[in-house]
Ligand binder design. Structure first.
Ligand code: HEM
Length: 526
């Protein structure tokens, strides 16, 4: 038995803090700790750490006369009985998440009757992603996700993933990515042909249509006709919203609140499934022509048994790719055009780069490496507004993380948004500053902490696909059009299953005069 009460001392600041003292010293000198010193102390009365000043690394409980215990874990304040933190997570999730690092490098939140743990430090975040066998796809996000969209590559567990990923990976290799760039350029050009100077267009919606058309053409070799686009536009938002709500509020409770979104959720799942079936039917009909990812899945054979993939498995993969391939890139593009509209000087710099390199022609895959500032703008947009702003993991076995022991089936809630907005990693984190992405513009640790595509064995399979698509769209559109916001109203990101900008009405102005540029060998080949 140790001493009958515990005291907390700041023996070690476990955060990645530049002023982190060696083990055994207090970390009160740290700017991080000083910054949080004014914050309200929400710890239980018995906690005497205020004597030492609050510490973002979290107080470390030591029982006198005994071996040190696990560091104390703080729970985010204002948890309600039964609901836990469901209210802030549903109503102002981004603001809520940004408050968490003040409570430690690993913070407990309550979701309904259960707990989830939020890593607020990049090293812990990466540690979880590095080990998908222990930290498997599970927890609220992926459990509800599987119910909504099935067991495809995004949602499946480690066991299935080992078999599924090698089947899909070849469709995302360099050879294919290059080919997709041509399709992307065609679709971007087709979108711009529908635009008229002076029109006001909802860029959020336009980008959703564009990325959906690109996904179905590139991955399924099926062009998305008007009807398909209209149906996805109608049902996908209902599905994404419903699935997000069900993470925090039990479905039974939601069914008692007959809002339109709640009533339509089962229908949205059914309609999205019907659309996917139609796509698969179309691919089967065109058997032999145009090999795409879906066609190669239809022809795939299990390495051991030689059996083809089951109908359900193909179906789940198709539905998930349809959503993952279009929704995230669309919102990334929406945020990027919003940022360029709100920062005209960055918009002008980007146009200069595009004009200088392309001189008015459509960008191609080979041009992407020369579009340095365009890439910086995109990366900064993904830092500020990561479309996959939150996801979960569940432990498959007992494990240790950040000095704490966790039992099997513990949920971790991971939010790249928290890391991307950490002032220790990114000075003035809310400022749009593409120059952070210049060489030497940020520390290696900061760069490694920008994780819009995740990391480790479950990293996004479509990261290069998405980056190329987004760069071709931004450069292609900026070369021909000026997009300016029509309202001063601040954009408020909407955090649902993905982070979305909401409607973005922008006025289109065709750029008439292109700067003249000397012809190059590349131009002569055209
Ligand atoms: C800006 C666009 C995109 C963003 C921000 C994004 C983000 C992510 C993130 C964060 C993950 C990992 C989730 C986790 O670890 O729990 C992921 C996985 C995945 N993404 Fe993306 N994604 C994007 C575009 C795409 C595209 C274009 C495709 C397909 C064409 C795609 C397909 C997938 C798939 C299949 C997975 C699961 C990979 C696996 O577990 O092996 N994504 N994405």
């Amino acid at each position: 038995m140790g001493f009958p009460y515990a005291y907390n001392s700041h023996l070690r600041c476990s955060r990645a803090c530049p002023a982190r003292p060696p083990y055994g010293l207090t970390c009160r000198a740290s700017a991080v700790c000083r910054a949080s010193a004014g914050k309200r102390d929400t710890r239980p009365k018995r906690d005497t750490s205020r004597v030492f000043g609050p510490c973002r690394g979290g107080p470390r409980s030591v029982v006198l006369g005994a071996m040190p215990e696990q560091p104390a874990m703080r729970t985010a304040p204002r948890s309600l009985p039964l609901a836990g933190h469901a209210v802030p997570l549903l109503t102002r999730p981004l603001e809520f998440l940004k408050t968490l690092p003040a409570f430690g490098s690993l913070v407990r939140i309550r979701i309904g009757p259960g707990d989830a743990y939020v890593p607020c430090e990049p090293a812990l975040f990466r540690q979880i992603l590095k080990d998908p066998r222990v930290h498997d796809k599970g927890g609220l996000f992926y459990e509800r996700g599987r119910e909504a969209v099935g067991n495809g590559l995004v949602t499946c567990r480690w066991d299935d993933h080992r078999r599924q990923r090698p089947l899909m990976q070849p469709s995302f290799d360099h050879r294919h990515i290059n080919h997709y760039a041509g399709l992307m350029a065609d679709e971007i050009a087709a979108l711009m042909r529908t635009w008229r100077s002076g029109d006001v267009v909802d860029i959020d919606r336009a980008m959703a249509t564009l990325t959906l058309r690109i996904t179905t053409r590139a991955l399924f070799s099926v062009p998305a006709d008007h009807e398909l686009v209209a149906q996805v536009e109608k049902w996908l938002p209902v599905l994404m919203d419903g699935f997000f709500r069900r993470m925090f509020v039990p479905a039974r409770l939601l069914s008692l609140v007959p809002t339109r979104m709640n009533r339509q959720y089962p229908r949205a799942i059914a309609e999205m499934r019907k659309l996917t079936e139609e796509i698969i039917h179309e691919v089967r009909r065109k058997k032999g022509q145009d090999p795409g990812l879906l066609a190669s899945l239809l022809n795939a054979r299990d390495e051991v048994t030689g059996d083809p993939l089951g109908t359900q498995e193909i179906f789940d993969q198709a539905l998930i790719l349809l959503i993952a391939g279009s929704e995230t890139t669309a919102t990334a593009l929406g945020f990027t055009f919003h940022l360029l509209g709100a920062h005209p000087e960055a918009g002008a710099r980007l146009r200069d780069e595009v004009d200088g390199l392309l001189g008015g022609r459509t960008p191609r895959f080979e041009d992407l490496s020369g579009l340095t500032f365009t890439r910086q703008v995109l990366m900064e947009s993904l830092r500020l507004y990561p479309p996959a702003w939150m996801f979960t993991r569940a432990t498959t076995t007992a494990c240790e993380l950040g000095g704490h022991e966790f039992p099997e089936a513990t949920t971790f809630l991971l939010s790249p948004y928290i890391l991307h907005h950490d002032p220790d990693l990114f000075p003035s984190p809310e400022t749009f500053d593409p120059d952070r992405w210049q060489p030497g513009g940020m520390s290696e640790e900061s760069r490694r902490s920008v994780l819009p595509f995740g990391s480790g064995g479950r990293k996004c399979i479509g990261d290069q696909f998405a980056l190329n698509e987004a760069m071709l769209a931004v450069a292609g559109i900026a070369g021909r059009w000026n997009l300016s916001p029509v309202t001063d109203r601040p954009m408020r990101p909407i955090a649902r299953a993905t982070l979305k900008p909401g409607p973005l009405p922008m006025r289109l102005q065709e750029r008439l005069r292109q700067p003249v540029r000397k012809a190059t060998i590349t131009d002569l080949r055209d």
